[in-house]
Design a protein around this ligand. Structure first.
Ligand SMILES: [Ca+2]
Length: 293
């Protein structure tokens, strides 16, 4: 009899729970925008356990604010020339003095002028003063998720309408960015395992570039250097940042005594803008004028 009563009681509970879904059940009905990204990561060799752990905060990883900039009309004007003013140049010169050891070492080992390394770090992050405030994992996951129509629609609905680009451009951009970001996301996960740091802990730019020299995760794996020999590449340290920039520039063709025309081409591999590359070159020249060689 007690068994029968229990059975009736549980049947009643079950019926009630079906009619009145609790918050957890209701939340599970929201389509998961990361469903296909997670599936692909597992297919590409990441363990289900790890993937579940990375995405444990669910929808909170969906960085609408962080990625919206890609899909809005942007009137912001770049002003790299401000770095050629006396105050930033004085800061650059101080950096050349304060980090003379690692800079000279990198110059000798990679054949890359210490003033161009300093110039890159000045323009990228004001020598480490501004390294971005976006969670790189969320940015890359959100962009990678856009190959899934559910995620794409979710973002389209949330990008501020008054500044939103056309639907046609949005679709094209979402497709391209998703392909690119998925590769970078995999690189981030590989890198985070290498240095034993949770992927969610990395902070970077709105594009997912990290550290004092702003490398994308794939570039860290390819060209990052452990400048201070502590066993890991950590671009938030100056020694590693300096050696990695030198390695990057050498990789793309920088040589001692390089001519300006060739140097500009190499610098454009860092950022595809002639304005950017020319400014870096001019900063290098200005720093050389007074630095002790
Ligand atoms: Ca290191």
């Amino acid at each position: 009899m007690r068994h029968l009563l229990s059975a009736v009681f549980f049947a009643l509970l079950l019926a009630l729970s079906l009619h009145c879904p609790g918050p957890a059940l209701a939340a599970s009905k929201t389509p998961d925008p990361f469903k296909s990204v997670k599936k692909r990561l597992i297919k590409d060799g990441f363990s289900q356990e790890k993937v579940d752990l990375y995405f444990k905060d669910g929808i909170r990883h969906f960085a609408v604010k962080g990625v919206s900039g890609y899909f809005m009309h942007n009137e912001a004007k770049l002003n790299y020339s401000r770095f050629l003013k006396p105050t930033p140049l004085a800061t650059g010169k101080n950096y050349l003095t304060n980090y003379a050891g690692p800079l000279s070492l990198a110059e000798k080992e990679y054949g890359v002028d210490k003033e161009i390394i300093t110039s890159v770090l000045m323009v990228e992050t004001a020598l480490g003063g501004y390294i971005g405030n976006s969670r790189v994992f969320d940015i890359l996951s959100t962009l990678a998720s856009l190959s899934d129509p559910v995620a794409k629609e979710r973002l389209w609905r949330q990008v501020p309408q008054e500044k939103r680009i056309s639907r046609k451009r949005f679709d094209k951009k979402a497709k391209d960015k998703a392909l690119w970001a998925y590769i970078e996301l995999k690189s981030l996960l590989t890198y985070s395992a290498q240095i034993n740091k949770a992927p969610g802990e990395f902070i970077g730019s709105y594009a997912g570039a990290m550290g004092i020299p702003q490398f994308m995760p794939s570039r860290i794996l390819q060209l990052g250097v452990d400048g201070d020999n502590d066993g890991m590449v950590d671009l938030f340290t100056h020694e590693d940042a300096i050696a990695s920039v030198a390695n990057y520039l050498r990789h793309f063709g920088w040589k001692p005594g390089i001519k300006k025309e060739r140097a500009i081409k190499v610098l454009m591999r860092y950022n595809h803008s002639t304005y950017y590359a020319n400014t870096l070159y001019d900063i290098m020249e200005a720093l050389k004028k007074e630095s002790v060689r």
